[in-house]
Design a protein around this ligand. Structure first.
Ligand code: 5GP
Ligand code: MN
Length: 331
């Protein structure tokens, strides 16, 4: 990491216009790592904007409002101008530029900008000038924390940056229940909490902050739309447009639903299928050695991590479910 940090310092030392990007359907780690890193660079005196391709779930709205600005990309001229003229680009919590979705066609033509990856997904693309790629880390926010410390920037930490990092570390580990829960993570948390954050309060804001509609939808899905695939250790939940209308569904309302089948003993592989206007969005989760990254890549043109991945199917709900069931039975 040290050699790369020297390179990074040389690049950001001389640059001022910095565009930071994170992935489509931004989650807590996408927002937390991007906001924390943009706040650090702003404090260093750079002209920084943090872009995401579409909106984040409502339970994360406070993160962007209170901790630092997040610029949702609508292709406005001022956004395009900033990206076209950026001298440095950071890509957070993604391993592939296609994950920047609608922003990609504005990003690609800027060949002059140095492109730097900060990410924890396996098998990253190689077309970056510098890569801080650490699939062994539980969140991109932890990598950002390490960059801050190893880059000698600890004096720039403050309560907002610490909170943003906490949000990423917590949400990507299911509030510290899965992933690589190693001593390094807890050491980082000690320093972060030392900035004056209140983890108990943050846990309430992150996890006890859902709408009634979401809770009722969850009850409905668990009762009526959760299917156990016979003679396998797999289950899935499917969410149709009709159910979305019935429960006043808003983007992000189903965040975390895919984990529920895994709470059951003997269920080690779980899928969630969500009907959207464009496609069926698929989320996959597993316990232990079952690799859902490969499953997402092979069958759903997606990717992610060993125990958490996602993808898409453009042939409708039935076909998406059938593909999953066949894949599971094949194993
Ligand atoms: P989620 O199920 O929460 O949408 O995504 C879980 C994980 O899979 C995340 O790490 C996310 O980056 C990855 N992922 C989700 N959808 C896609 C996709 O369409 N393509 C790729 N490459 N990764 C995805
Ligand atoms: Mn992440």
């Amino acid at each position: 990491m040290n050699k790369n940090i020297d390179k990074l310092k040389a690049i950001i030392g001389r640059s001022s216009k910095v565009a930071i990007f994170s992935h489509t359907n931004p989650d807590g780690d996408a927002l937390g790592s991007g906001i924390a890193w943009s706040n650090i660079l702003k404090k260093m005196g750079h002209d920084v904007r943090f872009f995401v391709p579409n909106s984040y779930p409502s339970f994360l709205e406070w993160v962007s409002k209170e901790l630092g600005e997040t610029d949702i990309f609508f292709g406005k001229e001022d956004q395009k101008d900033f990206i076209k003229n950026a001298e440095v680009m950071f890509f957070m919590d993604l391993n592939n530029l296609s994950r920047t979705d609608g922003m990609a066609e504005t990003i690609f033509p800027n060949k002059d900008a140095k492109k730097i990856l900060i990410d924890h997904h396996p098998e990253p693309d190689t077309d970056f000038d510098i890569s801080f790629s650490h699939p062994e880390m539980s969140s991109t926010s932890l990598i950002v924390y390490n960059l801050i410390i190893e880059g000698g920037l600890e004096h720039l930490l403050d309560i907002n940056i610490a909170t943003a990092l906490y949000v990423g570390m917590s949400t990507d580990t299911g509030n510290f229940t899965f992933g690589n829960l190693n001593p390094e993570l807890y050491s980082a948390l000690a320093k972060i909490v030392n900035q004056g954050i209140n983890p108990a309060l943050l846990n309430v804001r992150l996890y006890n902050n859902y709408t009634k509609d979401r809770m009722k939808l969850l009850g409905h899905l668990l009762d009526n739309k959760m299917v156990f695939i016979e003679n396998t250790e797999a289950a899935y939940i499917y969410l149709s447009k009709a159910d979305q209308h019935a429960f006043n569904f808003k983007q992000g309302d189903s965040e975390g639903f895919v984990n529920y089948p895994l709470y059951i003993e003997g269920v080690n592989l779980s899928a969630m299928f969500i009907q959207t206007n464009e496609c069926i969005k698929i989320s996959l989760r597993s316990k232990g050695d079952i690799d859902v990254n490969n499953l997402a890549r092979k069958y759903f043109n997606g990717g992610g991590h060993k125990n958490a991945s996602g993808g898409k199917c453009f042939e409708g709900m039935e076909k998406a479910i059938e593909t999953f069931v066949n894949a599971v039975k094949e194993k």
